[in-house]
Each structure stands twice: as C-alpha cells, then as structure tokens.
Design a binder for this molecule. Structure first.
Ligand code: GLN
Length: 599
C-alpha cells in the first residue's frame, strides 16, 4: 500500500480537499486503485449532529455514515464509494481506545495518547486503506490521507505524531508527504510573499514530518524565483514546489497537476511501477474536455434554491455540484441564486418588506426552483409558499427531502383542503399530520438515528413517471437517504386521487419516496438526496430533468427515448471533433519544468 499524506498550512479552506482529490484523480487515470481517508481532528464522533453552519453540509455515504463534505469531493472526483470509517475523527479514535480500555484490552497499563492513541490511528489507517471502494472489489493500491485543519493546531497533534511514526512503520518508499500552503500577494507590494509558507513548513518539520511536495495556493501563478525562495527555506527542490493559482473550475486542478509531471514524480518517489504514461494522458482527456466545455458554455440556466442555511454556500455543497453537473452536461452554466425561505413568508412583509419583495422577485425570475433538505421549523412556511408558487405557475420544481415533505403539506392544505396540514416535526398536535415521524427512527437520541444511507426505491408500474424515464426506465433505483419523518400513509390515497402521484415507494410499499404532479411540466420531489450520487461525468437524473424542463426541452427528451433530438443536440453538445479541438493543453506556465524525482 502506498500512502500520500496531505497536510495544510497557514489557513484552512485553501482547497486541500480538491488538491487531495486531484492526486487521486491522476493516479486513478494511470490505472491504479485509489482510496482516501479524511481526518477531522474534532471530538464529535461523526458530522451527523453538526449544524450546516459549522462545517458545511453533512455528507451521507451508502452505508449511512454521516461524514465531512470532503468525502463528497473524493467520491465525485474518483467515482468511488467510501465507507464511514474513511472519515476518522478524534472522537472516533478516543471512543475506540476507551472502549478497549473498558474491555481490558490494555492489560492494566496506563492508557496514554502516545502510544495508545497514536497506535490506534495508525492501525485504523492501515485497516481502512485496504477496504475496496470500487465496484470491481479490488484492494486499493494507493491511499490519500487528508489531515484536516492546519499544522500547529493543538487538536491535530496526536495525528501528526501518529504519522511521524507511521513513516517509519511503512518505510519511505511507501509514503509521500504533500503540504498545501498559501502564498499571499498583498496589493500594496504586488509581490508573492513566502514567509507564511516558510513558517508552516518549519512547524511541520519541527514535528518530524518533512514535505516531499509543497503545493502553494495563490491568486496568480508564480515563477521560479518564488520557488527558489521557498526551496531555500523549506528543504525541498524548487521542482517539487507547485504553484496552484485560482482556476476557472476545480476540474482544472488535476489537469494542471498532471501537466506539471506530478504523476511521473509520484511514480518514481513511491515506486508505483507505472510503465507508460500514455494511458494516464488518454484517461485524463475526459477531464480536459470537461474543463474546456465549462470554459466555453454560452448560455446559462437560472436556478433558485429556497433554503435556510443560505449564508454559507458549503451548506449546500453537493446540491450545488449536482446542479452544475446537470447544467454543464446539457450545455448550460448554472446561475444559482439562494433565497432565504423565511423571506417569502407573510410575516417578513411586515418586518422587512424589502427582503420580502426581493425574495419574491427572484423567485419569479427563476427558470426552475429547488427546495432542498433541512431541519426544524424556521423557514418551513416559506418553503411551502415556494412549492405553491411553482405548482400554480407551472414552474419546474425539484423538492428534496424536506422539500418533498413541504410539497406534500402544500398540496394537502391548498388542493385537498386539509386546513392546518403540517409535519409533526413543526407542530404537535396537528389537525392533518400528513408528515409524521418514523417510530423506529426516534429512539430519543439524535446521533446516527435517522433513516440513513442507500435504500431501494421501486417505481410503481401504474404511473407514467417522468423520473422513471430519466432513470433509464429502471424498475428500481438506489439513492441515499437522511430523514426522520415521512409521508403519513393514511393520506396517500386521498392525495393521489387529486393528482399528487407517489410514483416511487420503498420495497415494503410503505414509505413514499418520489412524488410527481400530474399535468405539470416538472413538479418532482424525492424523499432521498439525489445530490450525493451525482458525478461530473454522470449527472443525477432528477437534476437533468429539472434543467431540461427549465429550458422546455424535457418533452422532446422523453419523446426521443432519452436521446436529445438532433436539433436540440446541436444546442447542447459540441461535436466530438469540436471537443477534440477544444481540448488543447491548459495554459500551465510553459517555462515550468517537470518535477524531477530527487530520490
Ligand atoms: N427534517 C426532515 C426529516 O427529518 C427532512 C430531513 C432532510 O431534509 N434531510 O425528515
């Protein structure tokens, strides 16, 4: 097993996750099996109980693991399926060790950070690295380990010490350390400043880890003189320093790294045994094409998200990615605007009329609307208003999880005339409890007790479902879930009679999974979260449907048996030849030499 440890310096949030995923992408393009581990040095056992304002969205895995959103980047870039153990937190490791102590594993010894916690970390990494993450079931060749936070944080000390020991445990040939740092360029001087990078590398080396590669994030690219300066102070060759400027899309990062010769470097440094790089260049072409496609998108699609965590984009990270995947695939740039759900509520008209009118104006201007998942009472009435407006105005609409539930509540209140219909999440008792909690998922404890992870949804044959078409007319699909409440089966028949069709259900036919409104261009809502399984090269069907409907092209898509009509196709896609021509080499600084292995 080969390991690449990615550490971060200076500040967090400089794109360590994307860079780590990019290492994986270029290695995978060479035919290697790649897995990844994300380390979050906080005490929470998992990300499940976080407010989205803490660390952004909670990402959900097939096995129901509620994890850091960086695991989403890995899954999307590498097209792999990770497991809950691929996310290590301080809480998990300590729990593991303390449970062991209670069982008597340590035979009366004093249990300490060194060696017990540090050993547990190393054993965890070695164990998880070998778990297959692809459908082919192969054991991975390379494991990328991303250490969250920045070097020097008290929280990550035990992990840094564990990896200091780990490099001897696995031997030098099998581990390589990449440090992601920041090189600011203050406007006053316009110069690239290397001091913060020097300090963070000094700190890292002081803790016993010496980087093999330094990847410097900066606004603009920098040249050899800056690299020489970093090299002089950081004990690496200038060729092992890579400038990663702000790029037009995240998919440029692996392309840039490959152009720089990173794969050749890793091959020598880690003895990966790659004999020819032509396969890697061939496989990376799809990423180059994607980059070029995104750069040359001519038209945009106006999407509105009616959410409640709208101050932080990361709170909707996977949703935004899924909307981009679908839009880009169909030839559009996704122009996404957030509306704070509560701004659509009547009360806001009294307290903040400007916000109210702005919100409504933006909603009216949208070509399509998404009401995403969420928890708690705040904003629910605003989401219900958004559902009503889309239903009544034939606006393409996609409701996800809570958005699915608000669509049901809205229909019950306004079409089925069930006055006061609600979810028991917001109101107990309620006159018409159309959304109720699932008894087995409410044991009185919040962590990991929702209906989580991948579950089967079966399409009901009696319905002519749009979504089923979009899912390639499959009978069953599998998507990831994260909810505690569900549609009350007692009301299903009544709602269906009025045109709200529950076209997809779980395998026991008890749980409503997908709804579609009859006689509407696209009024679709799903209890699951389709955004988690969307991939840049394989966008998720509900999002494809939404964008097609926004551009009034869904019907032709369906009539033509999932293929776009030749006319429409020329709008969406460049011919293969065009793509070939577009896929020219990215503008990496030509003067930069390839990294050479320094042994
Ligand atoms: N709060 C709702 C529930 O628990 C919806 C959850 C969600 O949107 N992820 O069922």
């Amino acid at each position: 097993m080969k390991y690449i440890l990615v550490t971060g310096g200076v500040i967090s949030g400089v794109g360590k996750g994307i860079i780590s995923s990019s290492f994986g992408t270029i290695l995978k393009s060479s035919g290697l099996e790649v897995t990844s581990i994300k380390i979050d040095p906080y005490l929470n056992e998992d990300a499940g109980t976080f407010s989205p304002y803490e660390h952004g969205e909670v990402y959900v895995l097939d096995d129901g693991g509620e994890v850091d959103l960086d695991l989403g980047n890995y899954e999307r870039f590498l097209d792999i399926i990770l497991h809950r153990d691929n996310n290590i937190t301080t809480g998990k490791v300590y729990k593991n060790v303390i449970d062991g102590e209670r069982k008597g594993t340590y035979l009366g010894k004093t249990v300490q950070v060194v060696p017990h916690i540090t050993d547990a970390i190393q054993e965890w990494v070695e164990r998880v690295a070998t778990i297959p993450v692809s459908l082919n079931g192969k054991i991975p060749d390379v494991c990328i380990i991303e250490l969250g936070g920045t070097i020097g944080d008290i929280e990550s000390m035990a992990f840094v010490e564990a990896f200091r020991q780990f490099q001897f445990r696995v031997k030098r040939d099998n581990i390589c350390i990449a440090h992601v740092s920041l090189v600011p360029q203050p406007r006053s001087t316009g110069e690239h400043k290397t001091k913060p990078t020097q300090s963070s590398v000094r700190e890292l080396r002081g803790l016993g880890l010496s980087p093999d590669i330094i990847l410097c994030r900066s606004e603009k690219p920098f040249g050899h003189s800056v690299k020489e300066k970093i090299s002089n102070f950081c004990h690496v060759n200038p060729e092992q320093i890579l400038s990663i400027p702000d790029l037009s899309s995240i998919y440029e990062v692996p392309v840039l790294m490959q152009n720089y010769g990173m794969i050749e470097y890793l091959n020598e440094r880690l003895n990966l045994g790659i004999e020819s790089f032509s396969e890697s260049h061939r496989n990376m072409k799809k990423w180059r094409n994607l980059v070029e496609r995104i750069k040359h998108l001519k038209y945009e699609v106006k999407i509105v998200i009616v959410g409640k965590y709208t101050q932080l984009e990361d709170a909707y990270a996977s949703l935004l990615k899924a909307l981009q995947h679908a839009s880009n695939h169909l030839g559009y740039k996704a122009s996404v605007q957030f509306i704070e759900a509560s701004d659509l509520e009547k009360d806001t008209l009294l307290t903040n009329p400007v916000a109210y009118h702005d919100a409504w104006r933006n909603l009216c201007k949208a070509e399509c609307v998404v009401v995403p998942g969420g928890f708690g009472k705040r904003g629910v009435e605003g989401k219900i208003e958004a559902c009503k407006w889309c239903r009544e105005n034939n606006k393409p609409f996609l409701g996800i999880c809570l958005g699915f539930q608000t669509a049901v509540i809205e229909f019950a209140r306004n079409v089925a005339k069930m006055e006061g219909a609600h979810t028991t999440e917001c109101e107990v008792p309620t006159s018409y409890p159309v959304i109720i909690d699932m008894p087995e998922h409410n044991p009185g404890q919040m962590g990991a007790t929702m209906r989580l992870g991948k579950r089967i949804t079966v399409f009901k044959p009696e319905f002519n479902s749009k979504l089923r078409y979009l899912y390639n007319s499959q009978e069953k699909i599998e998507e990831r879930h994260r909810h505690r409440y569900e549609v009350n089966p007692e009301y299903v028949e009544q709602l269906e009679k009025l045109g709200l069709q529950f076209v997809g259900v779980d395998t026991d036919q008890k749980r409503m999974e997908i709804l579609e409104l009859k006689d509407h261009p696209y009024y679709v809502a799903v209890q699951y979260h389709p955004e988690y399984l969307s991939r840049p090269m394989a966008p998720s069907p509900p999002f494809i449907g939404l964008i097609l409907a926004a551009k009034e092209k869904l019907t032709s898509h369906i009539v033509n048996g999932h293929k776009l009509s030749p006319q429409a196709q020329s709008d969406y896609y460049d011919s293969d030849e065009d793509l070939e021509n577009l896929a020219t080499k990215l503008n990496v600084n030509e003067s930069e030499s390839l990294i050479r292995c320094q042994g």
